[in-house]
Structure formats: structure tokens, C-alpha cells
Design a protein around this ligand. Structure first.
Ligand code: FES
Length: 323
């Protein structure tokens, strides 16, 4: 359960308003060296510090060409219910701002065993696909992109995609123009050796997963990614920290991490706070977790050996943790 990330001192060299809600940031290393290589679908964690010293960290997909590592690009949507990270990026970060960023990790990689790749993006969910499009094109792969967004002004990067080499592989669905993505028709036509990838709002991800299931598409052919802490849903439960014997009540709407921090009951390393980085992974000694993270594989979730304290909760009334 060691931290898989190293932190890099970076500087912002470009900020571009792409849509009314999305900005593109270009980042380089402060020491002038190349950044680490990555594969399409990778993300980094960006750490930010407010003037009042409060720290935020968010995961963002890398959207630049994986072969060009002099700089990274990320796209950040200003979230209405921002925990602070996206508002910080939009309001405080400008050319010259220095930030700590993590080395990349990929939880949404292209499956090399697939013969065809069907990419489905909703809104800001386009960002991991931009890096994947470079990779798929360079590999000479068979791919298609289906990109849905709410109105022409919100179609981030649409022009870049449609006028470049991916234009012939891409279709756009603009809600305000009455163009909707017919998932049932799209997935019904899926070749048996094709894989589906979806990124965007939760309803879109849920719809792709359930439509694929109804059509008998095997789970391992459906890949998805969503960055945002899952809402801490479900009733209250008790957590026991085995090493100290401390018992804590985790109230409805609260994460285990919040309960531990509120009681100052243990020091937990946590980088992203949204179930992506794996740094808060903790061993379960008794009870069952309800997993809401992106980090563990389906098999690991079923095994109930470890859990992410920042987003996951209990399925049982009581959880005993190796803390
Ligand atoms: S802090 Fe990143 S997974 Fe929990």
C-alpha cells in the first residue's frame, strides 16, 4: 500500500479559456527537464494551496500527446459544487504559478487486446480521450469517438478534434440542437471484439454500463472513469481502529476519513480525497466495505481486503480497520 506517486515541482506556462466553464492549463517542470512518459487515459494529481494555507488536491486527466513530454496539458471544468480545487484552478492559477503535480498513473488505459475501440465522452469527460486519440492514431488502431455536450459553446476541443486526423472517426451530439446519442443503437452494433470506454457525468456512465449489460456485453469490455468523490450515501455505522481501540461513529453523509480527522484519531495519508490515488488504502480486519473508489479492481473490491477511506463506506454496521 505504498504511495505510487512522486511529486514534481511544476510551473504553469499556458492558461486558455476553452469554453465558458473549461480552461486548459499547460504545465512544465520547474527544473526544465522532461516530464515522465505516460499512456492515454493517465491522470496526475495537482496539489494547490490557498492563501489561507488550506490545501486542495484534484486528479486531472492528461490530454496532451503522450509522446510530447516537454509539457503536460490538463482541462479543468469550473464545478458549481467545487470542493475548492476547480475554483482555485480557475480563479488563482495563471501563467507563472508554481504547483506540485504527481507523476502520472493510468486507471483508464486502452485495452490492447481489443480490435476496435469505441470512446464515449460527455462534457469534460472528453479530456482523457484526447490523449488516447493520439495513441490510437499512432498505433493505427480502429477507433471511433462519440462526444456529447450540452450546447455548441460547451463543446470543448470540438474544433480541434473535427478538423484534425480524428475528424473522420468522430461524431458529435449537441443536446441544445436536439442531437442525442442513442446508446442502445450504438452498443447493439458493437463488434464482438470491440471495447467501450466512457468518461463524463455519472448518468452517462451509468447508462453505458447498464445498456451494455442489457445487451450482454461482457463487463471486461466496458471501461469507465469519473473523477469526483462519490457522495457519502448510506446510513451511519461504527468504525473501530484496531491499534488504538478507538471507536468512531461515521454519520450519514460523512466519509470515514472525515470521521477520523474530526476525532483526530489517526494520521491518514491522503493525496486526492476522491478515491483515485490509493494513498489512503487501509486494510479491513472485520466487516464489509461499500466501495466507491476508482482505484481498486473489481476483484480487489470483492475480496474485501482493503478499502479507500476517503470515499468508501461500510456495508456492515461495524468495520474494524488496521489503524
Ligand atoms: S486519498 Fe486518494 S484514494 Fe483516498
Amino acid at each position: 500500500m505504498a504511495n505510487k506517486y512522486e511529486m514534481i515541482a511544476a510551473r504553469v506556462t499556458g492558461v486558455e479559456q476553452v469554453t465558458p466553464l473549461i480552461k486548459r492549463f499547460t504545465l512544465v517542470r520547474q527544473d526544465g527537464e522532461l516530464l515522465p512518459g505516460f499512456t492515454g487515459g493517465s491522470h496526475i494529481i495537482v496539489q494547490m494551496k490557498n492563501a489561507d494555507g488550506r490545501q486542495h488536491s484534484n486528479a486531472y486527466s492528461l490530454m496532451s500527446d503522450p509522446q510530447a513530454t516537454a509539457s503536460y496539458q490538463i482541462g479543468v471544468r469550473l464545478e458549481e459544487q467545487s470542493k475548492g480545487g476547480s475554483a482555485f484552478m480557475h480563479e488563482q492559477v495563471e501563467v507563472g504559478t508554481e504547483l506540485m503535480i504527481s507523476t502520472p498513473n493510468n486507471l483508464f488505459a486502452i485495452d490492447q487486446s481489443a480490435r476496435k475501440h469505441v470512446l464515449i465522452a460527455g462534457g469534460i469527460g472528453i479530456t482523457p480521450f484526447l490523449a488516447q486519440l493520439y495513441e490510437l492514431h499512432q498505433d493505427g488502431a480502429d477507433y471511433e469517438l462519440h462526444y456529447a455536450f450540452r450546447s455548441p459553446e460547451h463543446g470543448a476541443f470540438q474544433e480541434e478534434i473535427s478538423t484534425g486526423v480524428h475528424g473522420a472517426h468522430s461524431r458529435f451530439y449537441i443536446d441544445s440542437l436536439g442531437q442525442s446519442l442513442n446508446l442502445a443503437a450504438l452498443l447493439a452494433d458493437l463488434q464482438s471484439d470491440a471495447h467501450v470506454y466512457v468518461c463524463g457525468p455519472k448518468p452517462l456512465i451509468d447508462a453505458v454500463i447498464s445498456t451494455a449489460k442489457q445487451l450482454g456485453v461482457a463487463d471486461q469490455r466496458v471501461h469507465w472513469e469519473q473523477f469526483a468523490a462519490a457522495p457519502a450515501t448510506g446510513g451511519a455505522f461504527t468504525v473501530v481502529l484496531a491499534k488504538s481501540g478507538t471507536e468512531l461513529k461515521v454519520e450519514e453523509g460523512m466519509s470515514i476519513l472525515q470521521a477520523i480527522e474530526k476525532a483526530n484519531a489517526a494520521q491518514i495519508e491522503c493525496l486526492c480525497r476522491e478515491g483515485v490515488c490509493g494513498t489512503c488504502e487501509t486494510r479491513i480486519l472485520e466487516g464489509e466495505a461499500e466501495h466507491f473508489d476508482q482505484y481498486l479492481s473489481d476483484e480487489e473490491k470483492v475480496a474485501q481486503q482493503t478499502m479507500m477511506l476517503c470515499v468508501s463506506r461500510a456495508r456492515s454496521d461495524r468495520l474494524v480497520l488496521d489503524l
